[in-house]
Design a protein. Structure first.
Length: 351
């Protein structure tokens, strides 16, 4: 039977041993040194001048003085002399200097911190795995500042890879925000977790929307003029529909803002508010009234203006106006009809 215990190396009492108290006290001394082990210093090289009884130091590889030749040992001051103990794999000790728990590692020949600088996996209240190496199950996760601020960084190895935030419901993805396959910032949405639509994309030069906009921030109908709302192309106006064919539905404009055109009977201009102007040049007749059919019809009888081309005193008049035509004449100062070119203008509404 060995005279020392295999773990702490405590001396056993032997049969017929004289002065058993010496062996017993040596075992108590070893227990006092190693149980609740506290280290006053790590990698120590020079013995302190006035050590306190029970003071324990973890020696470095080449200590000097009274510690010479005891590299890697534990040195304990018993009040009169230094006692040396060889640490064993897995022994734990509290580092008084750094307030950390240390563990002895035979391979590293060092007292290592029990909290490693790097973990392969960490699961907090839920298992981590090879893909989700950090996993947290909690009502919330706080990432706070150390100093003035805090950045959450998501990095990818190459431009074609993905660096994004994925939002799931019952483990099915429904929204993804980030850099997906390129370096443009994108928002993608999915109703089923498998088919995805990119609804927004931004690069340093432009913002691209890929779906129609709706909601309270967008014009609700053609009559909606709420301040601050976005104008819909099918309700409002812009460069794409400023000029074109005007139209209306139930009194609300549905087409372009201004329409211009001409026929054999003259030119016309229509506005989205219903205003219409027709104009032409035609010759009067000396024998009877002349007629002007408007290039496009009005909804009701229009206001007519006629002026004669002449250097002498003449006047012009109209009669019998309808929504589609008007009769006109040119006169001299005696009241006789004459042949003159006349400017014809009609103003009214097309709806």
């Amino acid at each position: 039977m060995s005279e020392l215990s295999p773990g702490l190396g405590l001396p056993y009492l032997q049969p017929s041993q004289a002065q058993k108290h010496v062996t017993h006290n040596a075992a108590l001394q070893r227990l006092d040194q190693l149980v609740q082990l506290r280290l006053s210093s790590l990698d120590a090289g020079t013995p302190p001048v006035s050590p306190a009884p029970g003071e324990m130091h973890a020696l470095g590889g080449s200590p000097t003085g009274a510690w010479a030749g005891q590299g890697g040992q534990l040195a304990s001051w018993d009040g009169t002399a230094w006692q040396f103990v060889t640490p064993q794999q897995g022994w734990l000790a509290w580092d008084l200097t750094t307030a950390e728990l240390r563990v002895w590692n035979d391979t590293a020949v060092a007292w290592l911190a029990t909290a490693p600088a790097q973990l392969d996996l960490l699961g907090i209240a839920t298992p981590a795995d090879a893909v989700n190496r950090l996993a947290v199950a909690a009502p919330a996760t706080l990432l706070s500042h150390a100093g003035g601020g805090h950045q959450l960084k998501i990095n990818k190895a190459a431009e074609t890879d993905t660096a994004s935030l994925l939002f799931q419901s019952n483990w099915a993805g429904h929204a993804e925000l980030g850099l997906a396959g390129d370096t443009d910032f994108a928002l993608k949405l999915s109703s089923d977790g498998s088919s995805w639509t990119t609804v927004l994309r931004a690069d340093p030069t432009e913002l691209q929307l890929d779906v129609p906009l709706s909601g309270s921030a967008v014009q609700a109908d053609a009559a909606d003029t709420t301040a601050g709302r976005l104008m819909r192309a099918d309700y409002g106006y812009g460069p794409g529909n400023l000029l074109g064919t005007v139209s209306q539905l139930a009194g609300q404009p549905t087409g372009a803002v201004i329409e211009q055109g001409n026929t054999a009977n003259g030119d016309y201009v229509r506005w989205a508010d219903g205003t219409q102007i027709c104009h032409s040049t035609a010759s009067s007749s000396a024998g009877s009234s002349s007629s002007w059919s408007f290039p496009v019809n009005f909804i009701a009888v229009a206001q007519i203006s006629i002026s004669a081309h002449s250097a002498a005193a003449h006047f012009a008049s109209h009669n019998g106006a309808t929504a589609s035509a008007v009769s006109f004449d040119a006169w001299d100062t005696t009241g006789a009809r004459v042949v003159l070119n006349c400017d014809l203008v009609a103003v009214g509404r097309w709806f």
